[in-house]
Design a protein around this ligand. Sequence first.
Ligand SMILES: C[S@@+](CC[C@H](N)C(=O)[O-])C[C@H]1O[C@@H](n2cnc3c(N)ncnc32)[C@H](O)[C@@H]1O
Length: 315
Amino acid sequence: MVEEKEAQYYSKDFQWEELREEVERDPSLRHHLAPFPSSSPHPSDVDAWRRFHRRHSTGRFFKERRYLLKEFPELVYCDDFTNLLEVGCGNGSTVLPILRAKQNILVYACDCSEEVLEKAKEILATANAVSLEQRFHPFLLDFSVGGFPNWLFCASCQKNSLAKPLNFPSDFKENESTTLNDLSFLREDRCCIGGVDFITLIFTMSAVPLQKMSFVADNCFSVLKPGGLLLFRDYGLYDMTMLRFLPEQRVGCNVYMRSDGTLSYFFSLDIVRDLFLGAGFIELELEYCCVRSVNRRNGKKMQRVWVHGKFQKPS
Ligand SMILES: C[S@@+](CC[C@H](N)C(=O)[O-])C[C@H]1O[C@@H](n2cnc3c(N)ncnc32)[C@H](O)[C@@H]1O
C-alpha cells in the first residue's frame, strides 16, 4: 500500500486508456492479458487474512487514510448521528479519520479477524479522538459467506422503509464470547439501528473472490437506508502492483495471489459498474484515479491506479 505521506499527486483526469495501450503493447506484460484457462473458483482466503493480521499484530501496517475525507466530502458534511458501516475495517485506517472529522458519527465495522478488530480498538483508543468508545462498534464477520447482522437493519424495518428486502442468512453470532459484538449500544426497545447512511468499501472488495462479490454487494444494498451512499475505492486494472506480479501468481483474470495467500483483484470500471448496478444501486461517480508518489528510500517514481466510486441506494 502507498504510504500516505509519500503520495504526491492525485489525478482524476488521468488518461487510463493511454496506460492500457502501453500495457497491451508491451510484450513483457503479455502474461497479464492472456485468457485464463479455467474459470474454477479461487479458494476463499479468509484464513490467509487472519494469518496476515496475526503476523502483523503490531499494527505497523496502519496508515491513516486522511485523503478519504477529500475524496468523499459527504463524510464531512453529513448530519449528526449518521450511521456508517466500514466493511473489512482492518486496523482502522479508514475509520480513524472519519471518527476524528465527525464527532457525532457512529461507526460499525466488521472484519474476519478477531486480532485486527482488537488492534483497531486499541489504535482508536490511543488516537486522541473524542469519545471514541461510544462511537465505534466492531463485529466479527466473514462477509463473503454470511449476511450482515439483523441488528443493522432487520427484515421488517427494511420492508417498512420501502427498500428491497433481502433475506440472507445472517452469519453474525449474537452470543459470541468476546468483547467484540457488544450490543449494549442498541436500546432495549429497538429491533435494529434502522440501517446505515454510508457504507465504506475501501481496498476490501479486491480481497474477495470474484464469484462472491455480488453476494457482498447485495448485502451492502440490504443494510443501507434508502438514499444512502456506498463509497468505494480499490485497486484499478493495470495498477503498478498488478504488473509486478509473477506469472505463477496469476490465479484468474485480473486476480493474483500474494505470497501470503491473500487475493488481490484489479478492477476495471465495467466490473465495478456491473457489480453495484446489478445489486440495485445508482451510479453517482465512477472513475480511475492515479496516485503518483516517490519512494523516499530509493527515489523511484511510483504510479498507482485506483478506482473511485460512489453509488446510491434509490430512495
Ligand atoms: C486491504 S485491507 C483494507 C482495510 C481497510 N478497509 C482500510 O481501509 O485499510 C482488507 C481487509 O478486509 C478483510 N477481509 C478480507 N476478506 C474478508 C472477509 N471475507 N470477511 C471479512 N473481512 C475480510 C481483511 O482481514 C482486511 O482487514
